[in-house]
Design a binder for this molecule. Structure first.
Ligand code: NI
Length: 172
């Protein structure tokens, strides 16, 4: 297993709708292992493949150390097919260090996805686990939580975001 560098705000792949995974092989399992390793290293609770630079619809989650009902799971080609309820709560993102903001998410969801063997799965999630799913499913569609904060919150973030984007672009 390997810890991979995390892509930061301003990296083009973070704004891309990622490609479907079509091959379910050992390489996919290795990518997922590396994603978990990377996420644990930085004490994250969710990670999307574009956060390690990959253009593939893969997400990993494990909030079990902090939140009840947030068990470890890896999903391929996930798609949220039902959403219910709404709750505002503060979020951050490993790709946007030093910032956080309140985001409204639905509190009950159903996710249609595939497991690492390509088998179809339906996952029901509530509360924090539902929030992590929504945050990570946003990532693989090129969306980030800062797109979902209120306009006034976004205004307050804007200068830090611009600075981070510039830093990232200079490092690419
Ligand atoms: Ni994130």
């Amino acid at each position: 297993m390997a810890v991979l560098p995390i892509t930061k705000y301003g990296t083009p792949v973070l704004r891309k709708k990622l490609a479907d995974v079509t091959v379910f092989d050992d390489n996919l399992k290795k990518i997922v292992d590396d994603m978990f390793e990377t996420m644990y290293e930085v004490r994250g609770i969710g990670l999307a493949a574009n956060q390690v630079g990959l253009d593939q619809r893969i997400i990993v989650l494990d909030g079990s150390a902090h939140y009840e009902g947030c068990e470890k799971i890896a999903l391929v080609n996930p798609d949220i097919i039902e959403m219910k309820g709404e709750e505002w709560m503060v979020e951050g993102c490993l790709s946007i260090p030093g910032l956080e903001g309140d985001v409204a998410r639905t509190t009950e969801i159903i996710v249609k996805a595939q497991d690492l063997d390509g088998k179809d799965v339906l996952i029901q999630a509530t509360d924090m686990q539902a929030r992590i799913f929504q945050h990570e499913c946003d990532h693989i569609n090129g969306k980030m939580y800062v797109d979902r904060v209120t306009p006034s919150a976004r205004t307050l973030m804007e200068s830090k975001l611009k600075k981070l984007q510039k830093q990232t672009e200079q490092s690419l």
